[in-house]
Design a protein around this ligand. Structure first.
Ligand SMILES: [Zn+2]
Length: 296
């Protein structure tokens, strides 16, 4: 059995796969609760893995996780999980052996979505509490010089914009993400609403909800259009909870389709994720099988 794990800010997904399959044999999810400390998380993770493996060692194991991950499987920086310079691969190897691989979750998801479509140049953006991106360029995951390619949440898109959690002004995340929209509405109306409720009011045209959501989606759309043009991307995949909202997604898709720079024969497809049940876990499984010479 292969063991694939996806560590998210809220939930951790653990699944076993038969060695040539991309359909999970068995799945278990638990709350990440990283505030309980890494040792506590590691204990819950490895106990879950062992239960699914029924006491056997995995053929290989792999993890997709939020955060900046280096070639040795260290999580250099993950504000969502509160991890810094954490030797994740080394820690998990103690339980499941040396045949392991760790990758950033957006990179892994991008790879899975590119693989399933046979696409060479694809961007996977995830919009939820924060905003992240994974890139596949020329058929390969693009990690950048500091393993931080695709860390777009804190790129400044409006110098006069709202103050961000990082202390700077006008980050993409402060204007377009779930947390950003909630904060903006609170600063205008004084009420703390959940993102779903803000979307519901925006959908009916009610102000200031409509303007805040419309602007958030448009600012992100403009940013993504620039990425798609700069890198000549063919498929843009919209992941994360916010893009499941029709109003928000429609603003994004329409803006990109109307505004990308249309050179002759250029066509851009904006799509929802296709890989089930977890693009990050499936992507890192594909990457690790290639690394260790398995069948994909
Ligand atoms: Zn920021």
């Amino acid at each position: 059995m292969d063991l694939a794990i996806d560590i998210g800010g809220t939930k951790t997904f653990v699944a076993t796969f038969d060695e040539e399959s991309l359909v999970p044999h068995e799945i278990f999810q638990f709350l990440t609760e990283s505030h309980r400390g890494f040792e506590d998380f590691l204990r819950r993770l490895t106990e879950t893995g062992k239960k699914l493996l029924v006491g056997d060692q995995p053929n290989l194991w792999c993890i997709s996780t939020a955060g900046v991950v280096d070639d040795d499987g260290n999580v250099l920086w993950s504000p969502n999980l509160g991890w810094k310079n954490l030797p994740l691969k080394q820690a998990v190897s103690r339980f499941f052996g040396d045949k392991g691989f760790v990758e950033n979750d957006c990179n892994a998801a991008a790879y899975a979505e590119a693989w399933v479509r046979g696409s060479k140049n694809l961007a996977y953006v995830t919009v939820s509490t924060g905003i992240g991106m994974g890139l596949v360029l020329e058929g390969k995951v693009y990690r950048g010089s500091h393993y931080a390619a695709g860390e777009i949440g804190h790129t400044i898109v409006d110098e006069e914009g709202p103050v961000c959690s990082c202390g700077r002004k006008g980050c993409l995340q402060a204007i377009s993400s779930g947390r950003g929209l909630e904060n903006l509405i609170q600063s205008i109306t004084g009420e703390r609403l959940r993102c779903e409720d803000i979307f519901e009011r925006a959908r009916t045209g009610l102000e200031p909800y409509f303007q805040v959501v419309f602007r958030g989606a448009k600012v992100l759309a403009r940013f993504l259009t620039n990425i798609v043009d700069a890198l000549d991307i063919e498929v843009l995949v919209l992941g994360g909870g916010l893009t499941r909202n029709e109003f928000y997604r429609n603003v994004l898709v329409e803006y990109v389709q109307r505004n990308y720079y249309a050179t002759p024969s250029k066509k851009i497809s904006v799509e929802l994720p296709q890989v089930q049940p977890n693009p990050g876990a499936v992507g890192v499984l594909l990457l690790s099988r290639q690394r260790f010479g398995g069948t994909v």
